[in-house]
Design a protein around this ligand. Structure first.
Ligand code: ADP
Ligand code: MG
Length: 243
């Protein structure tokens, strides 16, 4: 369902993504691991053109964007295919939890407010926050804020949800509630790409894992293989260092 071919991205002289190729099937969970600065966030941001790649093709569902030759409408179509969950939640501070979830439904999907509220409440309930619907982000814990941002992503019903280190900003005691929500989504056949440092979680939840370093995919495989029997020395030392 997702096919990335020969994707490249540089910032001036710095080549961050050198030749990235991978596929994700519908309903699968792909985890991306790798050292800080290896280009993981840049890769996710290229998939929805938050960053404009320099070369390659990105195909999600029925939308294919060739970086060398595309129209503005293609990018609009591509962006509708994914929703991103950021490390720092990126909630609107002046909107309630429910308003955060419904905002894009009302503004970009033109869903009437009453209907959007109904959808929003369903997704807040799914992440265990129905009773916090009228709370502003400042009155929620980091874990609760991240769960609101996951509800917001789910409510858009995207083809794929992109998670960029969803638990890295959280105090340790709040990590598990967020991982638990992501686990529940994973078993519902949601297609997801997750950048994470939570190795046990990645091992448990993923259908496939990619280890990135220096702008390349060094190794890709089933989690039992990649974690249990890594083929490359770089993968091995990275995993050892984190566990
Ligand atoms: P990761 O998420 O794996 O830690 P990033 O994708 O954030 O890595 O960054 C990869 C490299 O690209 C780093 O060297 C980073 O400094 C650089 N980089 C990321 N974003 C920008 C930007 N907007 N401008 C210039 N350099 C950037
Ligand atoms: Mg990053």
């Amino acid at each position: 369902m997702i096919k990335i071919n020969q994707l490249k991205k540089s910032f001036n002289d710095l080549e961050v993504l050198k030749d990235i190729n991978f596929e994700v099937k519908r309903g699968e969970v792909l985890s991306i691991i790798g050292p800080s600065g290896s280009g993981k966030s840049t890769l996710l941001r290229c998939l929805n053109f938050l960053e404009t790649p320099n070369a390659g093709t990105i195909a999600i569902d029925d939308v294919t964007v060739d970086v060398a030759n595309y129209k503005k409408q293609d990018i609009q179509q591509l962006r509708k295919k994914s929703a991103m969950v950021f490390q720092n939640y990126n909630l609107f501070k002046n909107k309630t939890a429910l308003q955060n979830v419904t905002e894009l439904l009302i503004v970009t999907k033109n869903i009437p407010k009453a209907e959007a509220n109904k959808i929003g409440m369903e997704y807040l309930a799914q992440v265990g926050l129905a009773e916090k619907a009228n709370n502003y982000p400042a009155t929620l814990s980091g874990g609760q804020q991240q769960r609101v941002s996951i509800a917001r992503a789910l409510a858009l019903k995207p083809s794929v949800i992109l998670f960029d280190e969803p638990t890295s900003s959280l105090d340790p005691e709040l990590v598990s509630e967020v991982l638990q929500v992501i686990r529940q989504i994973a078993v519902k056949d949601t297609t997801m790409i997750i950048v994470t440092h939570e190795m046990d979680f990645a091992r448990e939840v993923s259908d496939n894992v990619i280890f990135m370093a220096d702008g390349y995919i060094v190794e890709e495989g089933h989690p039992s293989e990649l974690f249990g029997n890594p083929k490359h020395a770089r993968t091995k030392s990275f995993i050892q260092q984190l566990s």
